[in-house]
Design a protein around this ligand. Structure first.
Ligand SMILES: [Fe+2]
Length: 171
């Protein structure tokens, strides 16, 4: 955690990316620190006003609807896959709706940096658990943010209770 705190000084997030990449490329060493993934869920490893570290263990085929973070994020897969779809707001109609803008499939060992304005949905495409370190450069559990209805793609307030009361509720 000291490495991550020190890495916050680099605003490009390349330093955090490097620390996370080092952690996920050696899962055995990582599991000695955070435990081996056994059940799906969110485990908060560290929480401060400027840094949140989460161990996100995805259930088989679990889907997280489109959501934003309103802070930078670095995602590092240590096992399985996270398939990301990226979305952007439809600027011209003012409804808060979104449209698809791209995608990125993450496999074990992959690390990606998400800017503070990113909107994404995530699926674990595998019939087994997938696991990732999610590092946010703020207090991820305190921020007010939005999610989007997966059927209508309309904007809704993000409900923190959803995150805290479901196994993995749309990180
Ligand atoms: Fe997310």
């Amino acid at each position: 955690m000291d490495d991550l705190r020190a890495a916050l000084a680099d605003p490009s997030r390349a330093a955090i990316e490097e620390v996370v990449a080092r952690a996920v490329c050696e899962p055995a060493a990582l599991f000695r620190e955070i435990g081996e993934p056994d059940t799906a869920g969110i485990r908060i490893l560290y929480r401060a006003s400027d840094l949140t570290v989460i161990n996100a263990i995805w259930a088989p085929n679990q889907f997280a609807p489109p959501h934003e973070h309103r802070m930078g994020a670095v995602i590092g897969m240590y096992g399985g896959r996270e398939d990301n779809m990226f979305w952007r707001r439809v600027a011209e109609n003012g409804t808060g709706n979104i449209e698809l803008s791209g995608g990125q499939a993450l496999a074990a060992g992959d690390v990606t940096v998400l800017g503070r304005d990113v909107i994404h949905s995530v699926v674990n495409p595998l019939a087994r658990l997938s696991g990732a370190l999610h590092v946010y450069d703020g207090d991820f559990l305190a921020v007010t943010r939005s999610m989007w209805n997966p059927e209508t793609l309309s904007e809704e307030p993000y409900d923190l209770r959803t995150v805290l009361t479901t196994p993995v509720g749309g990180l």
